[in-house]
Design a protein. Structure first.
Length: 359
């Protein structure tokens, strides 16, 4: 008989999560307190008898329909950032998340309390001082998690449960706002201490979200991503000198200049850099990964014909004259890349028929 998602019983939930000593008499530690391979094996055994999207019992302000939190939802929040945590490592939770998605878990799962999704958890939970996870974010986005989903503010939740409209002033927290509004430090359960948040990781995660279609507008209530950044800068003046924070603002300007399309922005960035490298006015030594640097160096030294085919495959860039249907034309009119073709401030391409960028 095929399993279907259902709400866990009290006993099942206790078996999974464990019971705190101050809660009520129960069987102590649950499966979530196991470690390493023992934890993975225990979860695989659990999944033989349970649907991958089974959800836990009602909590505060939820009503009778259960909290909606699945195993994947908890995996994206873990490791739980509290001093007494002694369970699986972040790597174990990531392994479990991969297994759950491979078994068909819903990557857009959200809890009913506030509509917080698994992706929002992975982008960092301020309340639990949990750091964002680049690996978990990429995993969820690749699996099709909804980057446009919106959570609700906790102060209005009880009103929503009682039938009030969810379209209120505090509605509209997207995954992008979760990563932008992180605290300066997060709790590391392995060292039982607070560590400084990496703005470099923040920048990488923002790229992943924008690439997947996350909007810049109305990401935190009616505030744009730029407004959220300005608020963070006012709270933390040191961000003004942070190179990754400055790059974040530049990326937002570039996406705006590309009419809100991250795909179009990325195409322009590559074409600009390629032109600068060929002119000897830029180097690729800043690339984080050696393989990426090598690949770009090869691309920069390649004939234009190869460049266009690579970009067409990766970004949908087609080249040709206005009357050639936008496809590469091997006749002598082969296009060239010149720095002068670009507006370096907005990174916009002056299209004079030399090449066409398809949306």
């Amino acid at each position: 008989m095929a399993l279907v998602p259902r709400q866990l019983t009290r006993a099942e939930q206790d078996e999974l999560y464990g019971v705190e000593a101050y809660d009520y008499a129960g069987h102590g530690g649950g499966l979530f307190q196991k470690r390493g391979d023992e934890f993975i094996r225990a979860m695989h055994d659990w999944l033989r008898a349970h649907h991958v999207d089974d959800f836990d019992r009602p909590g505060w302000g939820v009503g009778p329909r259960g909290s909606g939190r699945t195993l994947l939802w908890w995996a994206t929040l873990a490791p739980w950032p509290h001093p007494n945590h002694d369970g699986p490592s972040a790597e174990c939770w990531l392994r479990l998340a991969r297994d759950l998605i491979a078994r068909g878990a819903d990557p857009s799962n959200s809890c009913h309390e506030m509509g917080i999704t698994a992706l929002m958890n992975a982008c960092g939970c301020r309340g639990w001082r949990a750091a964002p996870s680049m690996e978990m974010v990429s995993l969820l986005v690749d699996a099709g998690a909804d980057v446009r989903a919106k959570a609700r503010g906790p102060l209005i939740n009880s009103h929503i449960v009682n039938g009030a409209s969810s379209i209120t002033r505090e509605s509209g927290l997207t995954a992008l706002s979760f990563v932008l509004r992180q605290e300066e430090t997060y709790w590391d359960p392995l060292t039982h201490s607070y560590k400084e948040l990496s703005t470099r990781d923040t920048l990488k995660i923002v790229h992943v979200l924008l690439r997947a279609g996350a909007p810049l507008d109305a990401c935190f209530g009616d505030k744009s991503a730029e407004e959220v950044l300005r608020e963070q800068e006012r709270k933390r003046p040191a961000y003004a000198a942070d190179p990754h924070f400055a790059e974040l603002k530049r990326v937002f300007r570039g996406v705006r200049a590309a009419k809100g399309s991250y795909a179009r922005y990325a195409k322009k960035e590559i074409l600009v850099l390629l032109a600068l490298v060929r002119k000897g006015r830029a180097a690729t030594t800043w690339f984080y990964a050696g393989d990426h640097r090598t690949a770009f160096d090869i691309l920069a030294k390649s004939p234009n014909e190869i460049v266009w085919h690579v970009l067409a495959f990766s970004f949908g860039i087609s080249v040709g004259s206005a009357g050639a249907g936008g496809y590469y034309d091997s006749r002598p009119r082969t296009p060239t890349l010149n720095v002068e073709d670009f507006d370096n401030d907005a990174l916009s391409i002056e299209d004079e028929g030399e090449f066409v960028i398809e949306e």
